[in-house]
Design a binder for this molecule. Sequence first.
Ligand code: ZN
Ligand code: ZN
Length: 343
Amino acid sequence: MSMTISRIHDDRGAQANAGLGPDGRVLPEADAEPLRCRGCGASPRWVDPARTETLRRYAVPHSARPDVHAVWRDTTVTRCDSCADRRELAAELLAEHPRVARGLGPVGLDQLDAALAALDAIGLRPRKVVGSLVVSDEEVRELLAVLRDPGAAVLWSESLTSKGGGRWAHVEREDRAAAKAACRQLVHLNVETPAPCAPPSRDGALTACLLCGVGALRVKRHEAESVWGALRRVQPGTLGGALRPEPVAGFLCPECRVAVEHEGAPGMGAVRRALLWSLGRVKESGGRWHVKLGSNIRAWAAVPGAEPNSTPWGHLDLASLRVSLADLERRGVVRPLRPGESR
Ligand SMILES: [Zn+2]
Ligand SMILES: [Zn+2]
């Protein structure tokens, strides 16, 4: 169905020419422009009414007209099939990365759609680029950080200009150049080879993850700064070790950070949870958190003078732990993680 606003015939000539209908309503403008896609600015041949909405833009009141408090202009816009698919891709990405989605809140979909528009506007296929470059939560955040602003700048809804007509034909040369530069930066970040990265050595921090004791994480160079998170202080006495007069300082790997977030604090609950995860198990839902994994279970930071582990939890006797896990599984206290299950 074409949504082009058509000329309205009215034989009460003068009134219609003044733009007023018989009941005094403002008539749609004659010879109105066809609807345009709010993303790429093209006018789709077929318009889906479900994708059509009205944007209201406010203008700054003019000092010469103090009686006018607000001036606005309503523009009805739609979304073409390609832009609707791009938004769908943004929604899929958020569903696949719930932690990123939670961090972004309700503006996440618009922001991610804008970031993907930067790819679209320079002729790349967002689905193809995302499929090969964006896998981890960190990579989704990276895509947003690099492409969100240049992507927002190319959206037709930002300018509502009368220029152009085809997809992205309205985009100014410098905005296109900025989108291109950002896409190059994104590709560059992605081709870096991951390398082992130890926790930052500052403020007397211990040399491995405070809980699992892993001494290095394989990440890209530009992620080395953020992958270990913030410096924390923990009391070894609450992590299965002896109470010390002073807490110890150090960092947590991403997996152990999530376990601490779940439990609310870096204590034995977080130790058990992170350890079970690394062994591919979760606590049975509804079960009490009294998983007796063995008396020697403790965080790495609770073992005085321990060397960093080459694999997580290397300071524990994992062989005997696996035996007790099998027993706990039989009793329905823990169960294996399902493929793709969010922790
Ligand atoms: Zn479009
Ligand atoms: Zn860890």
